[in-house]
Ligand binder design. Structure first.
Ligand SMILES: O=C(O)c1cc(=O)[nH]c(=O)n1[C@@H]1O[C@H](COP(=O)(O)O)[C@@H](O)[C@H]1O
Length: 232
């Protein structure tokens, strides 16, 4: 069954976010939402509580990356907000991932970012100077994340199938870089449509600008959900 469609609330502050979410209230919809760095740094924890109290499932995308003790304590602080998902970087390593897992209550799913969907193979090689391909790195980081018992990873849809060959399908593969047919890729490189992501084995998708910048965001969201779930 198709998992959640998270709308990335990449807005500069509380007011445009409330206006956007009011459109969904008017349509009696409570989509899962992602609060990332732009909105969180502008509004802070109280706004996360406000959105949570309004009934939206929340994915807090803070991409934690620090020493294990600091990340473990940050996870405790985030857990107190009652959010449902939280990101951290898989590159923080097994000790950091395990420390985060130990601090997280069962209600908080940790998602480890593997290689950003904005990365191309060329840019990945420039940064890593690795013998591995980008896809191999994503699979490797997914294996480390699974060993540390985090709930899943953030990857592009194009790696989801490879991860499923190595790990149980229940290990979450949440995929940004989603574009509806005809939309610009903008700064994303490894993009897929909602339908492709589903066929490739993603357990959930993250969609920002294809919905937030659409002339009718509710209709765009409904189109994404339809494409994402039509092979169920
Ligand atoms: O962790 C993320 O959510 C994330 C990881 C990644 O590899 N790529 C990626 O695009 N994202 C986020 O997913 C959203 C994608 O937004 P759009 O490109 O506008 O759909 C943004 O909020 C990004 O911060």
């Amino acid at each position: 069954m198709a998992g959640p469609v998270f709308i990335a609330l990449d807005f500069p502050g509380a007011e445009p976010t409330r206006e956007f979410l009011n459109l969904f209230d008017a349509a009696k919809l409570k989509p899962a939402v992602k609060i990332g760095m732009e909105l969180f740094y502008a509004t802070g924890p109280d706004f996360v509580r406000e959105i949570k109290a309004a009934g939206f499932p929340i994915f807090l995308d803070l991409k934690l990356y620090d020493i294990p003790n600091t990340v473990a304590k940050a996870v405790e602080s985030v857990a107190a907000l009652g959010v449902d998902y939280l990101t951290l970087h898989a590159a923080g390593g097994p000790t950091m991932l395990a420390a985060a897992h130990q601090s997280a209550p069962a209600s908080l799913k940790l998602l480890a970012v593997t290689q950003l969907t904005s990365f191309s193979e060329t840019e990945y090689q420039l940064v890593s100077q690795s013998q591995q391909t980008l896809a191999q790195s994503v699979v490797h980081l997914s294996q480390l994340s699974a060993q540390a018992k985090v709930a899943g990873v953030i990857c592009s849809a194009w790696e989801a199938e490879l991860i499923n060959q190595q790990l149980p399908a229940s290990f979450l593969k949440i995929t940004p870089g989603i574009r509806l047919t005809g939309d610009d890729h903008q700064d994303q490189n490894r993009v897929a449509s909602p339908n492709q992501a589903h066929k490739l084995g993603s357990n959930g998708i993250v969609v920002g600008r294809s919905i937030t910048q659409a002339s009718d965001p509710v209709a765009a969201y409904q189109r994404v959900v339809k494409e994402w779930s039509e092979n169920d």
